[in-house]
Design a binder for this molecule. Structure first.
Ligand code: MG
Ligand code: MG
Length: 258
């Protein structure tokens, strides 16, 4: 049995500023993708836009080549939950719901964020799904404060998701520590009782990323070795921010307005 680490790596104020710079590039990239995700556009085109934007900013797309992943974004359409591979054949249609996950490395520091986008005119139920997922993410962000424990965030995410309606709550995937690497200890579950896990200290940085579905929480990984879909074909949403814990509260490193 593995012993759980009781602490999480802490970053200095200067290191947080460096992560913020990476986070801003991710935010800018996702803003451009959000504007470009229209009917008739392929997810490969969105990927090209992302890679160009990240490289033009002097950063490196962290997803590209990550364990062999072939693109700079994950583009997960409709029943795809996460890790969808962009392709020229995946052309967005009116009514699609697409989750775009994006990461960038600047000066060795990582930013990681995801949005769910409505393509054209989307069913109200899908909009509600995305809104519930986004709100669950923000509930988790609010719980990222000094003195708490890791699963305070998990509990906040779960509570918001449960209160939002009858959504499938994905538990096989979740958030994570982030810094000099994209995925670091600890794993951050999206459900759980509060008050457990490592203590949240000033300088801790976490990616908070709930995934909800309109149906089951059972997942299937496709034969491409990446794409994760809902087992029942129901639609899914995914929102993510990279957050730093500061004495003044959570600092959302991948949100421009913060
Ligand atoms: Mg991500
Ligand atoms: Mg992540």
């Amino acid at each position: 049995m593995l012993r759980r680490r009781r602490t999480i790596e802490v970053k200095s104020p200067g290191q947080l500023e460096a992560m913020r710079a990476a986070g801003i590039i991710v935010a800018k990239t996702l803003a451009l993708i959000s504007a470009a995700a229209k009917p008739g556009v392929s997810t490969a085109e969105l990927d090209a836009l992302a890679e160009q934007t990240i490289r033009d900013a002097g950063a490196v797309p962290s997803f590209k080549g990550y364990h062999g992943f072939p693109a700079s974004i994950c583009a997960s359409v409709n029943e795809q939950i996460v890790h969808g591979i962009p392709s020229r054949g995946a052309v967005l249609a009116d009514g699609d719901l697409i989750s775009v996950d994006c990461g960038a490395i600047l000066d060795g520091w990582h930013g990681d964020s995801a949005v769910t986008l409505a393509v054209g005119s989307v069913a109200l139920e899908d909009l509600a799904l995305s809104k519930a997922t986004k709100n669950a993410m923000w509930a988790g962000v609010k719980a990222a404060v000094p003195g708490g424990r890791l699963t305070d965030i998990s509990h906040a995410v779960e509570t918001a998701a449960t209160q939002a309606g009858d959504f499938g709550q994905i538990i096989e995937y979740g958030g994570h520590g982030i810094g000099r690497e994209m995925h670091m200890e600890p794993f951050l579950p999206n459900v759980g009782k509060p008050g457990k896990g490592p203590r949240l200290e000033v300088g801790v940085t976490l990616a908070i990323e709930p995934m909800l579905t309109r149906g089951t929480n059972k997942t299937v990984e496709l034969d491409d070795g990446w794409t994760v879909i809902t087992a029942d074909g129901s639609r899914a949403a995914h929102w993510e921010h990279t957050v730093a814990i500061t004495a003044d509260g959570p600092w959302v490193l991948t949100e421009p307005a913060q």
